[in-house]
Design a protein around this ligand. Structure first.
Ligand code: 5AD
Ligand code: SF4
Length: 443
C-alpha cells in the first residue's frame, strides 16, 4: 500500500481567502491527501496568501522563507502558493526570485486547476498559472467535509468599488454573482452534511445580483436561503454602506434565521477623507443607515472596519472618526493603519502620514473601541440570549462556547450533546471580548 500523503494548508486574510483555502484543501482530499497541521511530516504545504496590507505580506513572505528548511530536508515536499499576493500585477517574477524553493504558483482565478498543477509538478518541474481574468463557471468547488457546523458560502466574487486604498479589485476582478439556485443547492448540501450556520460571502453583498438581467436583489436571496429546512442561522459579510437597502433591513427583521448583525465598514468618519477614499457616502448618510437599523432591528449589533492615517488625514479628520465610534456603538471594530498598496491611487497621493502618527492614532482608536465593547458587553449582564453551541472552548475544553445572534462569543458549562443546537443563555459576567453565561433552557 502506498504511504498516506499529508497536506498542511496555511491561510491568511479575509473569509473569502479562507473559503479559497478550503476549496484547495478539498481538491487535495480528492487527490488522496490527508489534512494535518504537522509541517514537519507534510508532503504538500499550501500557503494561501493575502496582500491587503504590507504587514500581511511581510508575515507571509517570512513564512514562505521558513519553508525552505523543510524543503531542504525533504526534497519530495511540494510547496504551493496561491491567492491575492500571487495575483498582483508583476508579482510572480519577484516572488519566484525570492522563493525558488516553491513548486506551484497560482492566482486567484486558477484554483480549479490545482489538481492538474499538482500532477504537472510531479516531475519536479516548477509550475505557475495566473489568469488575468476569471472563468465564470469554474469558481466554486463544493465542500464535502461532514459534520462542520459552520460554513462560508461565496455568493459573489470580485469588487467594482475601487476604494482608492484597496488592492482587492485589482486581484479579485470585477463583481460577478453566482446564480441563486446554485447557492441554495450548495447550502442544502452543506445542511445535509450537518451544517447549521452559513455565512454568505462577498466583498459587497449588497450589490449581489445587480449584474443579472433582470437584476436580482440580495434581500430576495436572503429570503430564499431563510426557507432552507434544518438550517439554523444565516450571516453575511460584507455590506458596503452605499448599497445597503431598506429592503435588506426589512428582510433581516422578517427572516427567522437571519442574524441581526451587520458588518458595515466605515473606514473613516471624515467626509473629506471618505471622498478621497472613493467610498461614495458621507458620515451623515452612514449615520442615517445606522439609525434605520436601530429602529427596525433594535437588537442588532454593528461591527466595522476603520483605517487610520489615510494620506492627508488631519487630527480633525481623525477626531471625526473617534466621534463616530462614540455615536454608533459598535460591538467590535477591526482597525488598521493605512498601508500603501502599489497600483492603487492612494499610494501616490501627497501627504502620506508618518508611521509614528498612524501608530498613535491606532492606539487611541483601539482604546476607545475597547471601552465601547466593554460597556456594550456589561449591558448584556443579566439578560438572556439565543446561542448556537459551537463546541468546547479553546481556552478551557471543559466549557462550551457559542455565539449570540449578534456574533458575540459566550463561554458556559453544559453537556456535549447540545453542540450544534440553539440554547438560551443568561449572561453572568462580561469582559471586553468574551461573555460568561449559564444555560437557561434547551430549545
Ligand atoms: N491599508 C489599510 N487597510 C486596508 N484595508 C483595505 N485596504 C487597506 C490598506 N491599503 C482594510 C479596509 C477593509 C479591510 C478588509 O481591510 O478597512 O475594509
Ligand atoms: Fe476594497 Fe472597497 Fe472593494 Fe471593500 S469595497 S474590497 S475596501 S475596493
Amino acid at each position: 500500500m502506498s504511504k498516506e500523503k499529508n497536506v498542511v494548508t496555511l491561510t491568511y486574510g479575509c473569509q473569502m481567502s479562507e473559503r479559497d483555502a478550503e476549496t484547495l484543501t478539498e481538491i487535495t482530499r480528492q487527490e488522496g491527501y490527508n489534512r494535518t497541521n504537522d509541517l514537519e511530516n507534510a508532503d504538500l504545504i499550501i500557503v494561501n496568501t493575502c496582500c491587503v496590507r504590507e504587514s500581511a505580506e511581510n508575515k507571509i513572505l517570512g513564512k514562505i522563507g521558513d519553508l525552505k528548511k523543510l524543503k531542504d530536508n525533504n526534497p519530495n515536499l511540494k510547496i504551493a502558493i496561491s491567492g491575492c499576493m500571487v495575483q498582483q500585477p508583476g508579482a510572480l517574477e519577484r516572488l519566484q526570485k525570492r522563493a525558488p524553493h516553491v513548486d506551484i504558483w497560482m492566482g486567484t482565478h486558477n484554483l480549479h486547476e490545482f489538481s492538474e498543477l499538482l500532477h504537472r509538478s510531479d516531475t519536479g518541474a516548477k509550475v505557475a498559472e495566473i489568469w488575468q481574468e476569471p472563468h465564470e463557471t469554474k469558481e466554486s468547488t463544493p465542500l464535502a467535509e461532514k459534520g462542520k457546523l459552520q460554513a462560508n458560502v461565496n455568493i459573489m466574487y470580485g469588487c467594482d468599488n475601487f476604494c482608492s486604498y484597496c488592492i482587492v479589485p485589482h486581484v479579485r476582478g470585477r463583481e460577478r454573482s453566482r446564480k441563486p439556485d446554485d447557492i441554495v443547492q450548495e447550502i442544502k448540501n452543506l445542511v445535509a452534511n450537518g451544517c447549521k450556520e452559513v455565512t454568505l460571502l462577498g466583498q459587497n453583498v449588497n450589490s449581489y445580483g445587480k449584474d443579472f438581467v433582470p437584476p436580482y436583489d440580495f434581500a430576495d436571496l436572503l429570503q430564499e436561503v431563510d426557507q432552507i429546512p434544518d438550517l439554523l442561522r444565516i450571516r453575511f459579510i460584507t455590506s458596503h454602506p452605499k448599497d445597503l437597502s431598506d429592503k435588506l433591513i426589512q428582510a433581516i427583521a422578517k427572516g427567522s434565521k437571519l442574524c441581526e448583525h451587520v458588518h458595515l465598514p466605515l473606514q473613516s468618519g471624515s467626509n473629506s477623507i471618505l471622498a478621497c477614499m472613493n467610498r461614495q457616502y458621507t458620515r451623515e448618510y452612514y449615520m442615517s443607515i445606522v439609525e434605520k437599523i436601530r429602529e427596525l432591528l433594535p437588537q442588532a449589533t454593528l461591527t466595522t472596519d476603520i483605517i487610520v492615517g489615510f494620506p492627508g488625514e488631519t487630527e480633525e479628520d481623525f477626531e471625526q472618526t473617534l466621534a463616530m465610534i462614540n455615536s454608533v456603538h459598535y460591538s467590535q471594530a477591526f482597525t488598521f493603519m493605512y498601508s500603501k498598496r502599489s497600483g492603487t491611487p492612494a499610494a501616490s497621493m501627497e501627504d502620506q502620514i508618518p508611521l509614528q502618527v498612524k501608530k498613535q492614532r491606532l492606539q487611541k482608536l483601539m482604546s476607545l473601541q475597547n471601552e465601547e465593547s466593554y460597556q456594550l458587553r456589561q449591558r448584556m449582564i443579566g439578560k438572556c440570549y439565543e446561542v448556537l453551541v459551537e463546541g468546547p472552548s479553546k481556552n478551557n475544553p471543559n466549557r462550551l462556547t457559542g455565539r449570540t445572534r449578534g456574533n458575540i462569543l459566550v463561554v458556559f458549562d453544559g453537556p456535549q450533546e447540545i453542540i450544534g443546537s440553539l440554547v438560551s443563555l443568561r449572561i453572568l459576567e462580561a469582559g471586553s471580548w468574551t461573555l460568561v453565561g449559564e444555560l437557561v433552557e434547551s430549545k
